[in-house]
Ligand binder design. Structure first.
Ligand code: NAP
Length: 246
């Protein structure tokens, strides 16, 4: 890989993705900050990185659309160069009990969290295989490991992400590309702020470290997986959850 590594982080305007983009930039990466709806927030992340002397660009794409993902890779490639680190972070929840879950709630969650991996990784691997180097890091969830009531759609997507990571790791490991997943536990972002206080308290009671995680807790692990120090970590799902799933 070149000296300055080129990274793409999906859903990087807010929450965990934002922290990952900033951490990768701190480690010397040129970062493409993908967003779908939060254009202003993504521009703020780019400004923050540039003010610290780094390189970044904002790039819009709905990761549920293969056409938009293809366009995103094209514009990042033109502006920064071929992507060497792909972080698939974008995700949504649409919680409901299975009995009440609408087909759209199922389909939208599967598209944004799982099908998007197929689109983004498919676009990324071509240049990575050519370079015989690269990192693909998927943000999964502990929910994909242990399940959660009201999240059949989200758990299925995140468990699917784990299978995707392991199969792709077996497919392309011999070509110098590592593929791993990080499974966050209960992290303080917009995604969890909508949960009722009761649910938040129940979640906290299940965290042996006794606190919610921060986006930075996840970003540090992703940055390590993206670094040379992690070159022998492959096909793993690393839970960063304060001990929730031990
Ligand atoms: P968040 O604060 O709700 O942010 C979600 C991010 O995903 C936003 O940047 C959003 O971008 C982006 N996104 C959603 N749909 C998209 C689409 N179709 N195309 C492009 N971007 C899209 O959530 P978060 O907590 O940071 O979650 C980040 C990741 O961590 C997700 O994969 C989530 O499932 C996972 N995770 C979170 C937790 C937690 O406790 N917070 C736990 C386990 C796993 P726009 O605003 O631009 O639309």
């Amino acid at each position: 890989m070149s000296e300055v590594k080129i990274a793409l982080v999906t859903g990087a305007g807010r929450g965990i993705g934002r922290a990952i983009a900033i951490e990768l930039a701190k480690n010397g990466c040129a970062v493409a900050v993908n967003y779908n709806k939060s254009s202003k927030a993504a521009e703020d992340v780019v400004n923050l990185i540039e003010l610290s002397g780094g390189t970044a660009m904002a790039v819009k794409a709905d990761v549920s659309s293969f056409t938009e993902v293809k366009e995103m890779f094209k514009s990042v490639n033109e502006k920064l160069g071929p992507i060497e680190i792909l972080v698939c972070n974008a995700g949504i929840t649409k919680d409901n009990l299975l009995m009440r879950m609408k087909e759209e709630e199922w389909n939208e969650v599967i598209s944004a969290n799982l099908t998007s991996l197929f689109y983004c990784a498919k676009e990324a691997v071509r240049s990575m295989l050519k370079a015989r180097a690269g990192r693909i890091i998927v943000i999964s969830s502990v929910t994909g490991l242990v399940g959660n009531p009201g999240q059949c759609n989200y758990s299925a997507a995140k468990a699917g992400a784990t299978g995707f990571v392991k199969s792709l790791a077996r497919e392309i490991g011999s070509r110098g590309v590592t593929v791993n997943a990080v499974a966050p536990g209960y992290i303080a972002t917009d995604m969890t702020s909508v949960l009722s206080e009761d649910v938040q308290n129940i979640m906290l009671r299940n965290v042996p470290l006794g606190r919610e995680g921060t986006p930075e807790d996840i970003a540090k692990v992703v940055a390590f997986l993206a670094s040379d120090g992690a070159s022998y970590i492959h096909g793993q799902v690393i839970a960063v959850d304060g001990g929730m799933t031990m």
